[in-house]
Design a protein around this ligand. Structure first.
Ligand code: MF3
Ligand code: CO
Length: 263
């Protein structure tokens, strides 16, 4: 069953998702050569707790940290470590929090200093693909319309969509129904209705789609060692489209430009 949230519940989800987005923006400013992902994680946890919220990932199936910090060929679920970022790396930061009983979830991939043209293109196309997916969200659309739109954009640019990890409903649990694959075909799965809240999170590889999980039981990497990117927004289905709950006011103009791409 996919839950449709009331106005009051959506307001709580707006609050926690805005908090997650603000903290991610703060973490993004820390990213640079010489910084370790453990330092970023420590700041993340402090900021979440200062706001009266709790980390959503820490302790989830035993996950040990507040953020997932996935570098270069790491796709998702990279565990923060003493590894120092170097110029040219790409770092995916994924964070969830719980506030007043409701969860927020958001991810971005950021360049460390100057990155290769291929890396820059991968980040751009993955974020665009996320917005193509968001553009597909409206009452009456089918769940797989989202993945169909994501996949089409990614493959048109010669990149590939990771199959093993999916987006999800989010609400009073971090992961609720439905699962949201990042590939099509469209026109399948449940219909969307006003009040559903969805975390859409394409993971895109510069090379082949295949991934494997490392011996730590968490870190997913590309099998071919190619770079990977991950962007995630949590959105609420509205009367005629979607409200991006993790979109900051300062990013609204950029988001409008990205959405215009998919018209
Ligand atoms: N955004 C990812 C997801 O929703 C991250 C989960 S990490 C975990 O699945 F540690 F909580 F598993
Ligand atoms: Co998620």
């Amino acid at each position: 069953m996919i839950v449709c949230r009331s106005k009051a519940e959506i307001e709580k989800l707006r609050r926690v998702n805005q908090l997650v987005a603000r903290i991610l923006a703060e973490l993004r400013r820390m990213v640079g050569p010489g910084v370790t992902t453990k330092e970023i994680d420590a700041s993340a946890e402090a900021l979440v707790r200062q706001a009266g919220a709790e980390p959503a990932f820490k302790g989830y199936h035993g996950y040990p940290a507040t953020v997932c910090a996935s570098i270069n060929e790491q796709v998702v679920h990279g565990i923060p470590s003493a590894r120092r970022l170097v110029e040219g790396d790409v770092l995916s930061l994924d964070m969830g929090a719980k506030l007043d009983g409701f969860y927020g979830d958001c991810a971005v991939t950021v360049p460390v200093g100057r990155v290769s043209e291929q890396a820059a293109a991968l980040l751009r196309v993955t974020e665009e693909a996320l917005f193509h997916g968001i553009e597909a969200v409206r009452p009456g659309a089918r769940v797989s319309d989202i993945g169909g739109a994501v996949q089409q954009h990614v493959e048109a640019h010669g990149f590939s969509v990771v199959r093993e990890f999916v987006g999800h409903g989010v609400g009073t649990a971090l992961h609720e129904e439905p699962q949201i694959a990042n590939y099509g075909p469209g026109g399948r799965g449940p219909r969307l209705s006003e009040g559903m809240v969805l975390a859409i999170e394409p993971m895109v590889n510069a090379g082949q789609a295949a991934v494997k999980v490392l011996g730590d039981g968490w870190t997913a990497v590309t099998r071919d060692g190619s770079l990977s990117a991950h962007f995630e927004h949590t959105v609420a289905v509205t009367g005629d489209g979607a409200e991006i709950l993790t979109l900051l006011e300062a990013e609204a103009a950029r988001a409008r430009a990205l959405l215009a791409l998919s018209d």
